[in-house]
Write a protein that binds this ligand. Sequence first.
Ligand code: SF4
Length: 320
Amino acid sequence: MLVGIAKMAAESDLLESKRQVEYFELPARSILNRTRTGMPFAWAINPYRGCEFGCHYCYARYTHEFMGMEDGREFEEKIYAKAETAALLRRDLRKAGHKEGIAIRTATDPYQPAERRFGRTRAILEVFAEGKGRRISITTKSDLVVRDLQLLADVGRANMLHVNMTITTLDAELARLLEPRAPRPDLRLAAVRQLAQAGIRVGVFPNPVLPLITDSEESLDRVAKAAAEAGAGYFSGGLLFLMPSAQKVFFPFLEEKFPHLVKRYKERFERSAYLRGPYQESIRERVRRIRERHGLASAPMEYQPELWAGGEQLELALDL
Ligand code: SF4
């Protein structure tokens, strides 16, 4: 018998369907969810479940397993837009302190194609634009983010807002292989430039760094150099991790496109979903060197939004 989120998914209304992709509306109990300890932000918002971009390495496929969908492909073909996002956020924000960071996207992309139709991310930003004094980040692989340029600028004037653009490689062919339906790297860079020119704090993450595919000094350096030229302020790389749900899709992809790497990947990920030890250290050092070369910070930097007077007084006034 289906229970919880699996039951809600099974009962969701079909909103629209195109090609093999179907869109549903998913009733949600909350939109602001506590993250586990150790994360750089306390709260997470994911307006969608599933992601049409279909990156072969995507770690978020497990979220569809929670809904009783074990075939990794359903993650890209059945997209759930959470219902009543604005009303839920207005209610949920009462439980979040102003010093606590809020990350829009910890699982699925908030500017995936579904956003053009359903505008759930925009609805969330409109709620943030009503207030001030929050610490907010958005992470995406999509140039659709510039649709909301003015709204983002408004949010960033009253809140500390950072937009993180993920660019794994500048090689358009490789990107198409790895991230079949995500916008091209040059489009993402153009979005970085537009964001920076609008005064929005923006950084680039080459995540996930894929061993023997995107981890060379040359490849990472090209991304960092282009990011700096486009106006990004920070650059930070995280390594690939492969949970069993992601391995189910990623290993067949490797077998087809990178057969010479299958043995080495399986050896590395058989013991753990995470890459640690000397390899992790060497990539950390490589990224640090590259950052220095291009004058990039390692993380988003705090700034004083012009409409946020700052200080405890404001926080007390807003913490209703
Ligand atoms: S854009 Fe992000 S959430 Fe979407 S498929 Fe790619 S890695 Fe997964």
